[in-house]
Structures are given as structure tokens and as C-alpha cells.
Design a protein around this ligand. Structure first.
Ligand SMILES: Cc1ncc(COP(=O)(O)O)c(C=O)c1O
Length: 401
């Protein structure tokens, strides 16, 4: 059956109208475009190229052998909730009791459960953009609407937040402020002062803060004892209307394991549990034992990865400077370069040119919000050798412009 026929039949079926109205995902579109092309270097997916370290795999395997293959507790196994609490004590110097940690089947699920707990049709979310497209899609599914507030860009300061612009976007329908810090795709990271100001504003208005801190350990410098970004938890009270989303995917190379967590106020535990129960019942049981090993023994691995990615970041910045015609804020966090090619406004066309003319796959900026048009995102968390090859190839295209 042809794609067109399937499309026509689908339009006639009674799916929820919101599904027919979902905005498209240009990142996925570009991956389909590149599918099957030979000798392609992909820097489109947001993950490191290293496999999950052995000590994590072994812990999960031992758990399987130990019979941890059944349904588990809806908000996670107690030993993992305890380990997350310990992790906040060791790395953040914060006391977060295990009862305020809710384990989920990935950061994406953490986000869906949080949104499903808070949003109804007619509610509004104010989101700082550019932002990972899936988060906008997740909001669309709840039938709430999103107001996008874009970070500002300047050549000397990179990406910055105009807090007044953020506050001006809030109104009586605003239920949630969604903040991704460090940000995918820009690497922008909120300061503790900004977090405090946003939190005070949200408190006065009864607005929830949904803070995506999935990249919190993926920073190249930090004022803290351990390498980590500031967290809303640093400035919050235990009963603030704050949900912090995190994940094992990025820092511990566990994207396929589907394990994440939420930290929320004690009063949210029962509500999140209700939604999780009717959603996927519980996170994967044996994955959670891998996650415990990650938290307890993972610091040297995180450090090695960051050293590798710092080198890749510096290499990318240097090569872009040498090539000219490319503008990119120096990323001080995450493993993404978010850049513009001078004179090229249509990011999809430019992304296709990189695929067709040099076999390098990246994500077009229009996947990250309406003001990100014209940019391209590359994930530089690949080997230095592959990255060098990708940059050499990109240079051949840049030279032709
Ligand atoms: C900002 C952000 N939040 C959440 C996620 C989802 O992570 P997970 O693999 O845990 O679903 C990603 C993945 O790219 C992300 O970039």
C-alpha cells in the first residue's frame, strides 16, 4: 500500500484530533531523508558513542540472575530511590529524602508523567526556547498550549535569558514554566540568581516550575565541588511547586536502558504514582540495578567522558573559527554545537546539503522552536577521529559557499 493511501485511510479514522494536529519533527524528517545513505557520519542523535560501561551492565545482569525480572514498585525500587537520595547528598550537598524521588522509565517518561499530572486543555506552558522538540510535542499531547520565550543571542555573550520577557509571557492561564538547563540545543545554563528570581516569581503566581536537568552533569566548568550545573533544588524549599526531571541516559551512557527520575515535593508523590500506575505500571526492574551501580561507582566514568567531550568541543570551536562563515556560541555545557552558517537562512536546506554533499547528518534548528530557524545542531560526543573526519567533510561544503 502506498504512503499516500495509508495517509488517506488514517485521516478517515477517528484518532484524537490532537494527533492529527501534532506539529512535525524536522529532526526525525532529516533522519528519514538520510536513511540508507552510505558512509554517513551521524551527529544528529543526542547521545555519546561509548557503550554503557561494564560495571553497570554487570550489575543489571546480576540483578536478572537474582530474579529481578518481575514488576517492581511503581515509583521505583527502594534501593534506587535511596541511592538517588545519597547522590544528591554526595554530589549536590543537598538533603533530598528518598520519598521525594520518583523513578521513571526514562527522562522522557518523567516529563510526560509531570505534564500529565499538571496540565489540562486550556492551560498554558511558558517554555524557554530553543528547546528539544520532544518536550514541545509532549505538551501538545496534553492539549495545553505553549508560549515560547526565546533566549537572546549575541556574538560576545552567546545565549542569554531576558527574565522580564519570560515573566511578561505569563498570564492567569500559565500553569507551568518549563526550563531546560543546561539547554539542549544551546548549552545555555541558568545561573543560581536567575533560578532564584524565577522561583520567587512562580511562587507568587502559584505557577509550577518544571526543570529539565538531564544535562546537569554535562558541564565543562563549575563553581561546585563536583562538576555539575546549578539546580533549582539549590534554591528551592522542599514544598515548592517544583518538579525536577533527570535521566541516566546522557552522563552514564544509558540511553537504551530507559531510566530517569523526578524530584518533587512530598505532596506530589501520590499524584505522580497515580499517573505512573495507569501509564506503565513501573520502570524496568533490572535496569534500576544498573542505575544504582551508575550512581555509586560512576564518577570516574563521568570524568573521562567530560574530558573527551571537552577536547571535542575545543576542536569543534577551533575548526569552525578557522573555516569562517560559521557562528556558534562557545558551549560551556552539553555535547552540542548549535551553529549558523553565514548567509544560509533555511536550516533544512543546509542540513540536506551536508547530508548530500559530504555525508554528515545533523539536526536542523527549526526542530528546536520557532526562533531557532536557521541554526543546525551537531552532537560532538563521538570519537575524536570521527569528529575530525566530519569537520574535514563539512569544510568542503563551507568552502563552496
Ligand atoms: C532536554 C532533554 N530532556 C530529556 C531527554 C530525554 O532523555 P531520556 O533518554 O531519559 O528519555 C532528552 C534527550 O535527548 C533531552 O535532550
Amino acid at each position: 500500500m502506498s504512503k499516500e493511501t495509508i495517509h488517506e485511510i488514517r485521516q478517515g479514522m477517528k484518532f484524537r484530533p490532537v494527533l492529527h494536529a501534532l506539529t512535525s519533527n524536522p529532526g526525525v524528517e532529516m533522519m528519514s531523508y538520510a536513511k540508507g545513505k552510505e558512509n554517513l557520519i551521524s551527529m544528529a542523535q543526542g547521545e555519546g558513542s561509548a557503550p554503557t560501561p561494564d560495571f553497570i551492565c554487570r550489575a543489571a545482569y546480576n540483578a536478572m540472575q537474582d530474579g529481578k525480572t518481575f514488576y517492581g514498585q511503581t515509583l521505583g525500587q527502594d534501593p534506587l530511590r535511596e541511592a538517588i537520595s545519597e547522590y544528591y547528598k554526595d554530589i549536590y550537598e543537598l538533603y533530598i529524602p528518598a520519598s521525594r524521588t520518583f523513578v521513571t522509565a526514562s527522562g522522557s517518561t518523567a516529563m510526560h508523567l509531570s505534564l500529565a499530572s499538571l496540565l489540562d486543555k486550556g492551560d498554558e506552558v511558558v517554555a524557554i526556547t530553543p528547546i528539544w522538540k520532544n518536550l514541545l510535542g509532549a505538551i501538545e499531547l496534553t492539549q495545553a498550549t505553549t508560549r515560547q520565550v526565546s533566549l537572546d543571542y549575541s556574538d560576545d555573550q552567546g545565549w542569554t535569558l531576558d527574565i522580564e520577557k519570560l515573566f511578561a509571557a505569563c498570564n492567569e492561564r500559565t500553569k507551568v514554566m518549563l526550563i531546560v538547563s543546561p539547554s539542549n540545543p544551546t548549552g545555555w545554563t541558568a545561573t543560581q540568581d536567575e533560578m532564584r528570581t524565577i522561583l520567587e516569581f512562580a511562587r507568587e503566581r502559584g505557577i509550577w516550575i518544571l526543570s529539565d536537568e538531564v544535562y546537569s552533569r554535562l558541564v565543562y566548568e563549575s563553581p561546585h565541588k563536583h562538576l555539575r550545573a546549578d539546580s533549582f533544588l539549590d534554591v528551592a524549599k522542599p514544598d515548592d511547586q517544583l518538579l525536577v526531571v533527570n535521566s541516566f541516559s546522557k552522563s552514564w551512557a544509558m540511553t537504551g536502558w530507559r531510566i530517569g527520575w523526578i524530584v518533587g515535593p512530598a505532596a506530589a508523590e501520590e499524584k505522580i504514582r497515580d499517573v505512573a500506575l495507569y501509564n506503565n505500571l513501573c520502570p524496568p526492574t533490572f535496569s534500576q540495578y544498573g542505575a544504582i551501580a551508575a550512581l555509586k561507582e560512576g564518577e570516574p566514568f563521568i570524568k573521562n567522558q567530560i574530558d573527551l567531550w571537552r577536547g571535542n568541543r575545543d576542536l569543534t570551536v577551533r575548526r569552525f573559527d578557522e573555516m569562517g562563515k560559521i557562528k556558534m556560541a562557545h558551549p560551556s555545557a552539553t555535547f552540542y554545537g548549535f551553529f549558523k552558517v553565514e548567509g544560509q537562512r533555511d536550516c533544512k536546506t543546509m542540513t540536506k546539503r551536508f547530508i548530500d554533499e559530504c555525508g554528515v547528518l545533523m539536526s536542523p534548528g527549526c526542530a528546536f522552536g520557532k526562533e531557532a530557524v536557521g541554526y543546525i545542531r551537531m552532537c560532538f560526543a563521538i570519537s575524536e577521529r570521527r569528529l575530525t573526519e566530519a569537520l574535514d567533510r563539512m569544510e568542503t561544503v563551507i568552502k563552496k559557499l
